[in-house]
Design a protein around this ligand. Structure first.
Ligand SMILES: Cc1cc2nc3c(=O)[nH]c(=O)nc-3n(C[C@H](O)[C@H](O)[C@H](O)COP(=O)(O)OP(=O)(O)OC[C@H]3O[C@@H](n4cnc5c(N)ncnc54)[C@H](O)[C@@H]3O)c2cc1C
Length: 523
């Protein structure tokens, strides 16, 4: 990166916003050997408003490539083995209605389906892990305390003005500009792009609190969520640590006047007169928004800047990680000269349909919140109550299935015209070797993940010397690996299958097509 007092700094990639998705974009670019500057106003990460808590199995698989999965598990306050259960109850300390086991991919340790299980970990901890990893990478410069105040896309290269923590202005030009600046994205505005959709209504208030007594009053064995189906106090609570830090969502609550009201809500959810120290309250409403453009030419949007979905099911930041991985290898391939600039057109064609699927699924999940599942009979102590709770238990297993067993979407989304055979809302994941799909995961007899044997860029499984020659002619980094079936399978840097076909097909033609990416799905 260069800088003189008279000229703007010039960087290969400027990332506006160092939330989880901007940081992931930088780490992915570094993984592919591309330098970036990340501009982020927050000097410190704030722990009292945790937002995302579910890091999906797919995100952890992708993070495994950069060391982020191990770093996140090391920092997580709750080990993945602790629990993969969700309880539904009249209050957290009251009657249990039912429970779901093996939720959210948390039980996938050593599974054949994935290289990594999901992890319950708060968003601030993820951000700190990513910041720490980036600080060790020579390719990445993290400029904290600075904000982009102006984006100009009229020239040959994107041009931005930055204000630092002391109010000093500077300018930067870049080959590529990535807008990872969240819901009020200045990059989206500069692109002239707009969110399409609406706030989804359904007010909620998040409460972060400490309680020393609550943990001892809950059933043994642990649960990551306690869904309280109580007409007076509908909501959810769960642990943020195993030493007395908790989160709660009061569903249907618009605002909270003060900490006393928040503490009363927590005691209502707990069903016990416990000690409560309120650390933060946060009113929020779910949104279902998708940008009408993901960018073009040299400027692209990732994460919440491009899409927002209701948090039920835990997909928001995970979808953004998929964006970051998809965009970063493509920018790297173009910057390094082994793919045509046209490859970047496939970013929107591949990722926007995934965001739409995610918004649809999360919107469905939002139709069955605690407030919808509760009824006065559920808290009746007599036989009528028993009957109501048995009926509710059956219904919960159906209506909450897609929210807690969503591997069909998490592992099963694909790219390209033929990708629509996966049915995300069914929850089931069917591993299929087909162009556009994530390479089905497998383990060797020694337990090693097939993903650990893939190259950093392209890998051809079952290919021969013709593939090496075709790749060398284009300067494409390519590793040749063992076959997975009787076809040759070309795997991209993001572990998605570019092509699967007979050994007789021409590697030159296949590679040229893979370097243009996929178009949108046909149905
Ligand atoms: C209650 C709740 C629970 C959730 N649970 C989950 C979950 O379990 N799993 C999940 O995957 N998602 C979840 N989400 C969604 C998740 O929090 C978001 O999807 C995620 O924060 C998006 O990350 P991002 O980096 O795209 O955007 P953000 O986190 O919004 O980051 C954008 C960054 O850009 C910076 N910025 C803004 N303007 C500028 C500027 N002009 N210049 C420079 N920087 C700028 C901001 O400071 C910020 O750091 C939840 C959300 C909520 C509200």
């Amino acid at each position: 990166m260069t800088n003189t007092p008279d000229a703007p700094r010039r960087v290969p990639v400027l990332i506006v916003g160092g939330g989880p998705v901007g940081l992931t974009t930088a780490l992915e670019l570094a993984h592919h050997g591309v330098a970036s500057l990340i501009v982020e106003p927050r000097v410190d990460v704030e722990h009292s408003r945790p937002r995302a808590k579910t890091t999906s199995a797919r995100t952890m698989e992708l993070y495994r490539r950069t060391g982020a999965a191990a770093e996140i598990r090391r920092r997580a306050a709750i080990p993945v083995e602790w629990s993969s259960e969700v309880r539904f109850c009249t209050t957290a300390t009251g009657r249990e209605i039912t429970r779901l086991s093996g939720v959210l991919g948390l039980d996938l340790q050593d599974s054949n389906l994935t290289a990594e299980a999901a992890q319950q970990v708060t968003q601030p901890v993820v951000e700190e892990a990513l910041r720490a990893l980036l600080q060790q990478r020579p390719e990445s410069t993290l400029e904290l305390g600075s904000r982009v105040i102006d984006v100009n896309l009229d020239g040959d290269l994107p041009f931005v003005r930055i204000e630092n923590v002391d109010g000093v202005l500077s300018t930067v030009t870049c080959d590529y500009l990535v807008g990872a600046d969240g819901s009020r994205s200045v990059v989206r505005a500069a692109l002239g792009a707009h969110y399409v959709g609406a706030a989804a209504g359904r007010p909620n208030v998040n409460i972060t609190f400490r309680s020393e007594q609550l943990g001892a009053l809950l059933p043994e064995g642990g649960a990551i969520h306690h869904w309280v189906l109580n007409p007076s106090f509908p909501g959810v609570l769960g642990p943020l640590s195993l030493d007395g830090l908790w989160w709660a969502i009061a569903t249907g609550t618009e605002t909270i006047e003060d900490d006393d009201e928040a503490a009363a809500l927590v005691r209502g959810l707990a069903g016990a007169d416990i000690d409560v120290e309120v650390l933060a309250t946060d009113p929020w409403q779910a949104r279902m928004l998708l940008s009408d453009s993901y960018g073009s030419d040299r400027t692209y949007l990732v994460g919440d800047a491009a899409h927002q979905n209701p948090p039920w099911g835990g997909h928001g930041f995970n979808t953004g990680v998929g964006d970051a991985v998809n965009l970063a290898w493509k920018i790297a391939a173009v910057v390094q000269g082994w793919a045509p600039a046209e490859l970047l057109d496939s970013y929107e064609a591949e990722r926007r349909p995934v965001a739409q699927q995610t918004i649809d699924l999360a919107g469905e999940n939002m139709r069955a919140l605690s407030i919808d599942l509760t009824s006065p009979e559920l808290i009746d102590d007599g036989p009528e109550g028993d009957q109501a709770r048995s009926a509710a238990a059956l219904s919960i297993k159906q209506v909450k299935h897609a929210e807690f067993y969503s591997l069909g979407l998490v592992l099963g989304y694909g790219y390209g015209p033929d990708s629509s055979h996966q049915a995300p809302t069914s929850g089931e994941y069917y591993p299929v070797v087909a162009a556009g799909n994530r390479l089905p995961h497998s383990r060797s007899t020694g337990g090693e993940s097939i993903f650990d044997s893939l190259g950093r860029e392209f890998t051809v499984l079952g290919g021969d010397g013709r593939w090496a020659a075709a790749a060398a002619r284009r300067g494409v980094p390519l590793v040749i690996g063992d076959p997975v079936d009787d076809r040759v399978v070309l795997v991209r840097p993001d572990q998605h299958i570019a092509w699967a076909g007979p050994a007789s097909d021409d590697p030159d033609t296949v590679l040229d097509s893979a370097l243009r990416g996929f178009g949108p799905p046909t149905s």
